[in-house]
Write a protein that binds this ligand. Sequence first.
Ligand SMILES: Nc1nc2c(ncn2[C@@H]2O[C@H](COP(=O)(O)OP(=O)(O)O)[C@@H](O)[C@H]2O)c(=O)[nH]1
Ligand SMILES: [Mg+2]
Length: 635
Amino acid sequence: MSTPKHVIVGTAGHIDHGKSTLVEALTGTNPDRLEEEKRRGITIDLGFAFLDLGAARLGFVDVPGHERFVRNMLAGVGGINLVVLVIAADESIKPQTREHFDICRLLGIPRGIVAVTKSDLVDTDVLGLVRLEAEEFVRDSFLEGAPIVAVSARTGAGLDDLKRELLRAAQSVPAKDESRHFRLPIDRAFAMKGFGTVVTGTLVSGTVKIEDEVELYPAGRRVRVRGLQSGGEPVERAVAGQRTAVNLAGVEREEIERGMVLAPAGIFEATRRLDARISLLGSARGLKNHARVHFHQGTAEAVAELVLLDGNTTLAPGKSALAQLRLDKPVLLLPGDRFILRQFSPVVTIGGGVVLDARAPRHRTGDAAVGPFLETLERGKSEEILAVLASTSPEGLSFQQAIARTGWTGAQVLQTAGKLVAAKELRAVSQQPFVIATTKAVAHSGANLRKAIEEFHRANPLLPGIPKQELRGRVGKTSDEIFAAALEDLVKAGTVAVSGDLVQRAGREIALSAEEARAKELIEKEFERAGLTVPSFAAVLEKLPVESQRAQKILQILLREKVLVKVAEDLVFHRAAVGRLRETLAKYRKEHGERLPIPAFKELTGITRKYAIPLLEYLDRERVTRRVGDERVIL
Ligand SMILES: Nc1nc2c(ncn2[C@@H]2O[C@H](COP(=O)(O)OP(=O)(O)O)[C@@H](O)[C@H]2O)c(=O)[nH]1
Ligand SMILES: [Mg+2]
């Protein structure tokens, strides 16, 4: 037998229209769980119940109908994929029928069924009329053409029909996606004796299993999943589309509140600023730029300031616009999340929207790039979305950042990046960590790099090249990864050469002026003539036709060309002298054996102790000799 499909069914409709009674009639569970609810006979908070239909397991979220409790309704309705819109036959459509229905439309709930309840209270004529009204009411919405089932919880009439329709709808409704990142918006938290902290919610995507380490957003707390229940049963693993209770280790009940979200640890970041497409209900008043509104997403709610991004001062009823929402507290949001907006006061539902950028920057007024950018996020293919995110990240986009910005899985990011790299739009500028950047950004950085190298050569004609670190500093705002890729490109293209730590224009020869060339010759001669009794450099400089700074550079050139050999700081020999010394030592070894006392060395070379020691140390480093006690051994 295949595993049953898990579907969350929500009720919606006006108070006293029989929602809770219907859930009880279907499932046997009275969803009014609070004492106060039982006593007052109304649903204040969310109630839960389950119905097993074989091929589908339905988790019911029974929401309150009273206008004062719409915010509780919103906390429950966020995770549902099937709605039962309840309309009492004796009252037909009432204010919260409309408001709940608006909310379902704004949240993009894909499917539903209309239940005309309390059919026992009216005759067939009235029932027919209410049916017509219901049909009319849902025209041009996701419920157009949906089954309308008359039921009575009192007589049981129509309940089997309703179950049949529920099963049919459950089978065809798109399943919540198990392969996506795990997210569980918390709707309740309580402490259970012997267990500790338990939270419940609808698992809206992904899966979670016992022992997983998860994060409590926005608190940023890492917590461990100690136990799991779904559908009232203990399970090892819960999957998207299930009502889920999670027993958490490492956190107190008091630290948790409705609106927090459990999600994978260390990937996401809660946000206080988001860009979105919002739409205003036709029944709402116009919404002014910078208006304050109530924001509801998942089980979270916040007060938001709304900034219209199209430059208009008002959003007209029935219209949609791009807007930035600035929240009074952080909420974990991902692109594609739907939310509801309610008027600040009096509190009524006025519209909703969909998150386009959950990590939105502040925009400059009249920034013309914002609209097209958000429209790409809204409607673009995944390649377009990743490309536009990379192009607005001058430092490149890391794998982690790409996941956090898109909400995609790692596999989806890699696949999309792969396509863009193949199309040469993006470059993987680093594999470890994986960082992508636009080909344009790398080329731009390359151009800056060449310019900086040229400038360096112009300013320092006698230096072979610019140290990498200095070059990195000169090319300005780019990441190490883009810099490295750009440099590699230039080397591959044969434009630039790197030797050791130095970067230079490829094929560059140091051009010396006649005077400098003459100075170079003089320096070399002076050292060659001196042999091992080298002059001080200052003494050599005095005789030169160039000033000392240039002479220093010429000395560097001679060292690089290995004409001169640096033995110690301020102690330089001509290579011929060193060569002769090696020969002398080889000869000595043949004649006197390998042992070489220091006085013998001094005698042999005719140099003072001041030079003898650094020279011997140099020979040790060069493995011509080796120190043994006070003596040297010639190798
Ligand atoms: N006659 C009749 N009364 C019903 C039926 N279903 C619910 N009721 C009554 O309607 C009232 C409100 O029901 P309830 O389920 O609490 O409504 P809710 O506010 O929509 O959850 C209660 O007194 C119920 O007993 C029905 O099918 N027939
Ligand atoms: Mg109720």
